[in-house]
Design a protein around this ligand. Sequence first.
Ligand code: GTR
Length: 362
Amino acid sequence: MFYLNRKLEERNLPDVLVSDNAAVIDDPKMWDSRRDEIIKMLSNEVYGFSPPAPSKIDTTILKKDDNAFAGKAVHSVIKIKFDTPKGQCSFPINLIISKDIHKAPLFLHIAFRADIPDRYFPVEEVIDQGFATASFCYEDITADKDDSFTSGLAKMYKEGERKPNDWGKISMWAWAAQRVMDYIETLEEIDKERVAVVGHSRLGKTALWCAAQDERFFMAISNESGCSGAAISRGKKGERIKDIINQFGYWFCDNYRKYMDNEENMPFDQHFLLSAIVPRYVYVASAQEDEWADPESEFLSCLAASRVFELFGLKGLITQDQLPEVGAKLHEGHIGYHLRKGTHYLSRYDWQCFMEYMRKKS
Ligand code: GTR
């Protein structure tokens, strides 16, 4: 790996296997406490701290179609309800379970729209390949705009002045996905050990952060998540921390502002986010023309996180010693990766790859 290692060295990354007190992590037994440190660091510096899970969630079935997709599946719309410091909060999810499969693995899609199907979500194809799906629209959690945290979940947890490490909206969307997982855990029909959380772009960042914090997820799938998602920030092309904060500062905690034009001083980089998912599975998808996300920085992040899998005697990304060519599909290791041709989009091809990888690893 001479060439790729050199590429990584050029990024001058902090070592994910050296703890805050400079101890070298060389035994898998040391990983849990290192992982805790990483989650705390990313909470404090990037995404903000999330509140604890509510003591329980309740549900109501809003709609049920027993013959969805030409009779192949049951499609339920379910309201997830839970208590917050300011009263009850709720949001709807779509749950689709094939009638033919018992204990189906499930894709939990954090979605831009609630539509079933949707141009980013070919539900029937997913069902036909033996998976169940759960999904929710992220704006049903809190609006994707700078509204001073006055909408939805944000409002329910808002207390006075915002602290520098209070949660941003990515943390809120990720927390909501965890509440969906609370519900999934109660479902007999689902294989709870095989739940992958999926998102595209801002919601790819969210999917990674969700699985990083919550070990119940079997796999995180990030499609073109780019800046502050899968992509290494040091030496990144396209969108930089300054750009994302200027446009979407409310996605993060305020401490993240420290790193605008100051990436070199971050005590972490985004391979820490992928590493927090180890030894579970990580899938990163890039698109060739998605220069804003920067496929090369997404790919190198996978390589940097692979060292943590090696600590467990596992292989992270399995690749030749070269940057991936367009069309590359690297599905052998504990980190999966593909580079699709085309632009920033969550396509059917991407879903086919996710399903192929899930099948292979299940
Ligand atoms: C962009 C943002 C990216 C990405 C994208 C998206 O404008 O700068 O980081 O999140 O939106 O979510 O589609």
